[in-house]
Design a binder for this molecule. Structure first.
Ligand SMILES: Cc1ccnc(S(N)(=O)=O)n1
Ligand SMILES: [Zn+2]
Length: 261
Protein backbone atom coordinates (compact mmCIF):
# COMPACT_ATOMS: atom_id res chain seq x y z
CA UNK A 1 0.00 0.00 0.00
CA UNK A 2 0.93 3.66 -0.10
CA UNK A 3 2.25 3.64 3.46
CA UNK A 4 4.78 0.87 2.86
CA UNK A 5 5.90 2.35 -0.44
CA UNK A 6 6.36 5.64 1.41
CA UNK A 7 8.51 3.87 4.01
CA UNK A 8 10.35 2.06 1.20
CA UNK A 9 11.01 5.33 -0.62
CA UNK A 10 12.10 6.97 2.56
CA UNK A 11 14.73 4.32 3.29
CA UNK A 12 18.22 5.69 3.85
CA UNK A 13 20.32 5.19 0.74
CA UNK A 14 23.97 4.52 1.58
CA UNK A 15 25.32 6.72 -1.15
CA UNK A 16 23.36 9.80 -0.22
CA UNK A 17 23.21 9.43 3.59
CA UNK A 18 19.83 11.12 3.26
CA UNK A 19 16.28 10.00 2.59
CA UNK A 20 15.69 8.71 -0.92
CA UNK A 21 12.97 11.33 -1.22
CA UNK A 22 12.03 14.45 0.69
CA UNK A 23 9.19 13.58 3.10
CA UNK A 24 6.11 15.19 1.60
CA UNK A 25 8.04 15.78 -1.64
CA UNK A 26 5.71 15.98 -4.64
CA UNK A 27 8.21 16.79 -7.40
CA UNK A 28 11.30 14.65 -6.85
CA UNK A 29 13.84 13.63 -9.51
CA UNK A 30 14.89 11.54 -11.37
CA UNK A 31 11.85 9.93 -13.03
CA UNK A 32 11.13 7.46 -15.78
CA UNK A 33 9.99 9.32 -18.92
CA UNK A 34 7.24 7.19 -20.51
CA UNK A 35 7.46 8.45 -24.10
CA UNK A 36 3.79 7.74 -24.94
CA UNK A 37 2.56 9.54 -21.78
CA UNK A 38 4.48 12.75 -22.58
CA UNK A 39 2.30 15.54 -23.95
CA UNK A 40 3.40 17.59 -26.98
CA UNK A 41 3.22 21.31 -26.10
CA UNK A 42 3.24 23.47 -29.27
CA UNK A 43 3.87 26.57 -27.14
CA UNK A 44 7.28 25.30 -26.00
CA UNK A 45 10.02 27.42 -27.60
CA UNK A 46 13.35 26.16 -28.90
CA UNK A 47 16.00 26.22 -26.21
CA UNK A 48 18.65 28.88 -26.93
CA UNK A 49 22.11 28.06 -25.59
CA UNK A 50 24.95 30.58 -25.63
CA UNK A 51 28.04 29.70 -23.62
CA UNK A 52 31.30 31.69 -23.49
CA UNK A 53 34.07 29.04 -23.29
CA UNK A 54 36.36 31.45 -21.38
CA UNK A 55 33.95 31.41 -18.39
CA UNK A 56 35.23 27.91 -17.64
CA UNK A 57 37.18 27.84 -14.35
CA UNK A 58 38.21 24.37 -13.12
CA UNK A 59 37.33 20.70 -12.77
CA UNK A 60 37.03 19.17 -9.31
CA UNK A 61 36.06 15.91 -7.65
CA UNK A 62 33.49 16.69 -4.95
CA UNK A 63 33.15 13.10 -3.74
CA UNK A 64 29.85 12.53 -5.64
CA UNK A 65 30.91 13.27 -9.23
CA UNK A 66 33.40 15.45 -11.08
CA UNK A 67 32.20 18.98 -11.75
CA UNK A 68 33.31 21.56 -14.30
CA UNK A 69 32.55 24.96 -12.78
CA UNK A 70 32.01 28.28 -14.52
CA UNK A 71 32.28 31.95 -13.63
CA UNK A 72 28.61 32.82 -13.07
CA UNK A 73 29.19 36.43 -11.95
CA UNK A 74 27.89 37.75 -15.32
CA UNK A 75 25.44 36.67 -18.05
CA UNK A 76 28.17 35.47 -20.42
CA UNK A 77 27.05 31.80 -20.40
CA UNK A 78 23.28 31.49 -20.43
CA UNK A 79 20.28 29.54 -21.69
CA UNK A 80 16.91 31.07 -22.55
CA UNK A 81 13.65 29.98 -24.22
CA UNK A 82 12.43 26.41 -24.05
CA UNK A 83 10.05 26.14 -21.05
CA UNK A 84 11.89 28.95 -19.25
CA UNK A 85 10.36 32.33 -18.32
CA UNK A 86 13.76 33.94 -17.71
CA UNK A 87 17.34 33.41 -18.84
CA UNK A 88 19.43 31.17 -16.58
CA UNK A 89 23.19 31.31 -15.93
CA UNK A 90 25.47 28.26 -16.30
CA UNK A 91 27.02 27.36 -12.96
CA UNK A 92 28.51 23.89 -13.50
CA UNK A 93 28.12 20.61 -15.26
CA UNK A 94 28.73 17.07 -14.02
CA UNK A 95 27.86 13.46 -14.83
CA UNK A 96 26.25 10.35 -13.29
CA UNK A 97 27.33 6.89 -14.43
CA UNK A 98 27.28 3.16 -13.65
CA UNK A 99 29.85 0.47 -12.86
CA UNK A 100 28.83 -1.22 -16.14
CA UNK A 101 27.20 -0.01 -19.37
CA UNK A 102 23.79 -1.54 -18.47
CA UNK A 103 22.93 1.35 -16.14
CA UNK A 104 24.22 4.72 -14.91
CA UNK A 105 21.78 7.41 -16.02
CA UNK A 106 19.43 9.03 -13.51
CA UNK A 107 16.44 9.49 -15.80
CA UNK A 108 15.19 6.57 -17.90
CA UNK A 109 13.20 6.59 -21.14
CA UNK A 110 10.53 3.89 -21.29
CA UNK A 111 12.42 2.29 -18.37
CA UNK A 112 15.66 2.11 -20.35
CA UNK A 113 18.85 3.21 -18.56
CA UNK A 114 21.74 4.82 -20.44
CA UNK A 115 25.31 4.20 -19.26
CA UNK A 116 25.68 7.83 -18.16
CA UNK A 117 23.89 11.20 -17.97
CA UNK A 118 25.27 14.76 -18.20
CA UNK A 119 23.70 17.56 -16.14
CA UNK A 120 24.29 21.22 -17.00
CA UNK A 121 23.14 23.25 -14.00
CA UNK A 122 21.87 26.82 -14.48
CA UNK A 123 20.28 29.32 -12.06
CA UNK A 124 17.77 32.16 -12.41
CA UNK A 125 19.97 35.22 -11.86
CA UNK A 126 17.21 37.51 -13.19
CA UNK A 127 15.03 36.86 -10.13
CA UNK A 128 17.47 35.64 -7.43
CA UNK A 129 20.67 37.31 -6.09
CA UNK A 130 22.67 34.07 -5.76
CA UNK A 131 22.76 30.40 -6.71
CA UNK A 132 22.30 29.46 -3.04
CA UNK A 133 19.00 31.38 -2.90
CA UNK A 134 17.85 30.07 -6.30
CA UNK A 135 18.40 26.48 -5.07
CA UNK A 136 15.54 27.04 -2.60
CA UNK A 137 12.97 28.37 -5.11
CA UNK A 138 10.55 26.53 -7.40
CA UNK A 139 11.78 28.37 -10.49
CA UNK A 140 15.34 28.80 -9.29
CA UNK A 141 17.21 26.24 -11.39
CA UNK A 142 17.18 24.78 -14.88
CA UNK A 143 19.15 21.60 -15.56
CA UNK A 144 19.74 20.27 -19.07
CA UNK A 145 20.05 16.47 -19.04
CA UNK A 146 21.88 14.72 -21.88
CA UNK A 147 22.07 10.92 -22.12
CA UNK A 148 25.38 9.28 -23.03
CA UNK A 149 25.30 6.06 -25.05
CA UNK A 150 28.10 3.68 -25.99
CA UNK A 151 29.27 4.36 -29.54
CA UNK A 152 31.75 6.54 -31.37
CA UNK A 153 34.61 8.39 -29.70
CA UNK A 154 33.55 11.89 -28.57
CA UNK A 155 36.25 14.45 -29.42
CA UNK A 156 34.87 17.21 -27.19
CA UNK A 157 34.53 14.90 -24.18
CA UNK A 158 38.13 13.70 -24.61
CA UNK A 159 39.58 17.03 -23.46
CA UNK A 160 37.67 16.46 -20.19
CA UNK A 161 38.68 12.80 -19.97
CA UNK A 162 42.36 13.74 -20.36
CA UNK A 163 42.10 15.89 -17.22
CA UNK A 164 40.40 13.25 -15.02
CA UNK A 165 43.56 11.57 -13.66
CA UNK A 166 44.38 14.91 -12.01
CA UNK A 167 41.10 14.82 -10.03
CA UNK A 168 41.13 11.10 -9.17
CA UNK A 169 40.62 11.71 -5.44
CA UNK A 170 37.83 13.54 -3.60
CA UNK A 171 38.53 17.29 -3.11
CA UNK A 172 41.18 17.50 -5.83
CA UNK A 173 40.91 20.29 -8.43
CA UNK A 174 42.61 21.22 -11.67
CA UNK A 175 42.48 24.48 -13.59
CA UNK A 176 40.47 24.17 -16.82
CA UNK A 177 40.30 27.51 -18.48
CA UNK A 178 38.68 27.10 -21.90
CA UNK A 179 35.88 24.67 -22.65
CA UNK A 180 32.59 25.09 -24.52
CA UNK A 181 30.08 22.57 -23.08
CA UNK A 182 27.71 23.07 -26.03
CA UNK A 183 29.88 20.47 -27.80
CA UNK A 184 28.32 17.95 -25.36
CA UNK A 185 24.72 18.87 -26.28
CA UNK A 186 23.09 17.17 -29.31
CA UNK A 187 22.16 19.53 -32.16
CA UNK A 188 18.71 17.90 -32.38
CA UNK A 189 16.39 20.44 -30.69
CA UNK A 190 13.93 17.87 -29.28
CA UNK A 191 13.52 17.68 -25.48
CA UNK A 192 11.19 16.65 -22.68
CA UNK A 193 10.57 19.00 -19.76
CA UNK A 194 9.03 18.59 -16.28
CA UNK A 195 9.13 20.16 -12.81
CA UNK A 196 11.52 18.29 -10.52
CA UNK A 197 14.29 18.46 -7.95
CA UNK A 198 18.00 18.20 -7.43
CA UNK A 199 18.99 14.52 -7.39
CA UNK A 200 21.73 14.94 -4.78
CA UNK A 201 21.54 16.86 -1.49
CA UNK A 202 19.87 19.27 -0.78
CA UNK A 203 17.30 17.51 -3.10
CA UNK A 204 15.30 20.77 -3.23
CA UNK A 205 12.31 21.00 -5.58
CA UNK A 206 13.72 23.89 -7.56
CA UNK A 207 14.59 22.39 -10.96
CA UNK A 208 12.96 22.82 -14.35
CA UNK A 209 14.35 19.72 -16.07
CA UNK A 210 15.07 19.86 -19.80
CA UNK A 211 15.97 16.35 -20.97
CA UNK A 212 17.32 16.09 -24.53
CA UNK A 213 15.67 13.32 -26.54
CA UNK A 214 18.85 12.40 -28.48
CA UNK A 215 21.84 10.95 -26.62
CA UNK A 216 25.45 11.77 -27.42
CA UNK A 217 27.83 8.91 -28.28
CA UNK A 218 30.98 8.21 -26.26
CA UNK A 219 33.32 5.22 -26.50
CA UNK A 220 34.16 2.50 -23.92
CA UNK A 221 37.51 4.06 -22.98
CA UNK A 222 35.80 7.34 -22.17
CA UNK A 223 33.22 5.66 -19.93
CA UNK A 224 36.02 3.64 -18.27
CA UNK A 225 37.85 6.91 -17.54
CA UNK A 226 34.85 8.06 -15.46
CA UNK A 227 34.99 4.76 -13.52
CA UNK A 228 38.62 5.21 -12.50
CA UNK A 229 37.69 8.24 -10.39
CA UNK A 230 37.37 7.70 -6.63
CA UNK A 231 34.73 8.70 -4.06
CA UNK A 232 37.55 8.67 -1.50
CA UNK A 233 40.30 11.10 -0.59
CA UNK A 234 43.99 10.42 -1.09
CA UNK A 235 45.22 8.10 1.67
CA UNK A 236 41.78 6.56 2.39
CA UNK A 237 40.86 3.04 1.32
CA UNK A 238 39.96 3.42 -2.38
CA UNK A 239 36.29 3.30 -3.40
CA UNK A 240 35.71 3.60 -7.16
CA UNK A 241 33.33 6.40 -8.14
CA UNK A 242 30.57 4.41 -9.90
CA UNK A 243 26.77 4.08 -9.59
CA UNK A 244 26.47 7.73 -8.44
CA UNK A 245 22.86 7.98 -9.58
CA UNK A 246 19.73 8.39 -7.46
CA UNK A 247 16.93 5.78 -7.70
CA UNK A 248 13.83 6.69 -9.70
CA UNK A 249 11.23 8.77 -7.86
CA UNK A 250 7.41 8.63 -8.23
CA UNK A 251 5.87 10.85 -10.91
CA UNK A 252 3.04 11.86 -8.54
CA UNK A 253 0.77 14.53 -10.07
CA UNK A 254 3.12 15.58 -12.92
CA UNK A 255 2.98 15.62 -16.71
CA UNK A 256 6.10 15.42 -18.84
CA UNK A 257 5.81 17.72 -21.86
CA UNK A 258 7.63 17.22 -25.16
CA UNK A 259 8.83 19.91 -27.55
CA UNK A 260 8.26 17.50 -30.46
CA UNK A 261 5.44 15.42 -31.92
C1 LIG B 1 24.15 21.66 -8.35
C2 LIG B 1 23.49 20.37 -8.02
C3 LIG B 1 23.40 19.94 -6.72
C4 LIG B 1 22.77 18.75 -6.48
N1 LIG B 1 22.23 18.00 -7.50
C5 LIG B 1 22.35 18.48 -8.75
S1 LIG B 1 21.64 17.55 -10.04
N2 LIG B 1 22.22 16.09 -9.98
O1 LIG B 1 20.22 17.49 -9.74
O2 LIG B 1 21.98 18.20 -11.26
N3 LIG B 1 22.95 19.64 -9.03
ZN1 LIG C 1 23.26 15.56 -11.58
Amino acid sequence: GACCSYRLRNALHPLWQSPLSIPGGSRQSPINIQWRDSVYDPFLKPLKISYDPTTCLHIWNNGYSFLVEFDDSTDRSIIVGGPLENQYRLKQFHFHWGAINEWGSEHTVDSKFYPAELHLVHWNAVVYPSFEEAVMEGNGLAVIGVFLKLGAHHEGLQTLVDALPAVKHKDTVIEFDVFDPSCLIPSCPDYWTYAGSLTTPPLTESVTWIIKKKPIEVDENQLEAFRMLLFTSDGEEEKRMVDNFRPLQPLMNRTVRSSFQ
